[in-house]
Design a protein around this ligand. Structure first.
Ligand code: PLP
Length: 328
């Protein structure tokens, strides 16, 4: 069934799985491995490449002239969408939501924002007093009324079509699992498409490796609902069994003061991975995701007997926009 959905190759797959030998030793806990989706190839890589491989053919099929999407100012999804549009000859409009209270200029201008522009996307900043969904729908309707054919991609590319990218990712993991015998998959969860794809993949491929999402924005209940909604639609599209809500595992203890706000755990995890493995995490997603993994190890949720696979979903491009957080 998965083969029935149109796909355009945009990245370098399968991404490698590496053993984090130094970190595993340092933590004295489980054997930790990392799936390098940060090396997925498109515009410095990240988890949106896989989603866009399914979303972009849908846009082309629907004869879109303009792709519109939304995200936070330092959205990796926006950057990768801008790059995919450039590659495929489509125009791209990005509407950026200002989620941080008082960000420094570097946050507003460098990292992903700089690259969005380099890839030729038009950028609109949603005013702070407006809801980004309402604001973007006004723009979509206005342009549609003028005759523009628009393909709207939801934040993070997280709908049932984008989630197919992570059904494929799980398939890559399953194909290599006889070498590793993974007992846990851990990753950062935000707009929910990554976790939904992995969970739909569990149903589709009949795989029972548990998937743990470390929330970077919403509380546990809200995030689990978001994950369930997208997973259910993906399962329906794939015509496989629908997951049970009990299969969704989300921890919300590592968000800190809010989405995109630095935490001590994120800074510790980012420094640790840089110094011990020469791997760059990011301040918004994978840094908090790995901080969760470290804490769950310290709290004996993951033990010496576990083989934990951390999916590195990318995002290091925004490190330069967060230098201030590391210099405190
Ligand atoms: C680097 C990175 N990691 C993880 C995520 C979270 O993935 P999802 O939005 O599919 O939950 C995102 C989403 O924007 C991201 O940019």
């Amino acid at each position: 069934m998965l083969e029935k959905f149109k796909k355009i190759n945009l990245g370098h797959f399968p991404t490698p799985i590496e053993h984090l030998k130094n970190i595993s030793q340092f933590l004295g806990g489980p054997n930790i491995f990392i799936k390098r989706d940060d090396c997925s190839g498109l515009a410095t890589g990240g988890n949106k490449t896989r989603k866009l491989e399914f979303l972009m053919p849908d846009a082309i099929n629907k004869k879109a002239e303009l792709v519109i999407t939304i995200g936070a100012v330092q959205s990796n999804h926006a950057r990768q969408t801008a790059a995919a549009c450039t590659l495929l000859g489509l125009k791209c409009l990005i509407i950026l939501e200002q989620r941080l209270n008082d960000p420094p200029e570097s946050y507003m201008k460098s990292g992903n924002v700089f690259l969005d522009k380099l890839f030729g996307a038009e950028i609109v900043l949603c005013p702070k007093n407006e809801n980004v969904l309402d604001y973007s729908q006004k723009i979509v309707q206005d342009l549609q009324s003028k005759g523009t054919n628009i393909y709207f991609i939801p934040g993070g590319g997280s709908n049932e079509i984008g989630a197919l990218g992570y059904v494929e990712c799980l398939n890559e993991i399953i194909k290599e699992n006889s070498k590793y015998n993974f007992t846990q998959i851990v990753h950062a969860t935000g707009s929910a498409g990554t976790q939904s794809g992995l969970l739909a993949g569990r149903k589709y491929f009949n795989c029972n490796i548990p998937v743990t999402g470390i929330s970077v924005r919403y509380d546990k209940t809200t995030q689990e609902e978001k994950v369930y909604a997208v997973t259910k639609k993906a399962c329906e599209m794939l015509r496989c069994n629908i997951l049970d809500k009990s299969e969704i595992v989300v921890y919300d203890e590592y968000i800190g003061p809010g989405y995109g706000e630095p935490t001590e755990g994120m800074i510790e995890a980012t420094k640790l991975l840089a110094k011990k493995e020469a791997i760059l995490l990011d301040p918004v997603y994978s840094g908090k995701g790995f901080a969760g993994l470290i804490d769950l190890t310290k709290n004996k949720k993951f033990t010496k007997d576990d083989n934990v696979l951390f999916i590195h979903t990318g995002g290091a491009v925004s490190l330069s926009a967060y230098e201030w957080a590391f210099n405190k």
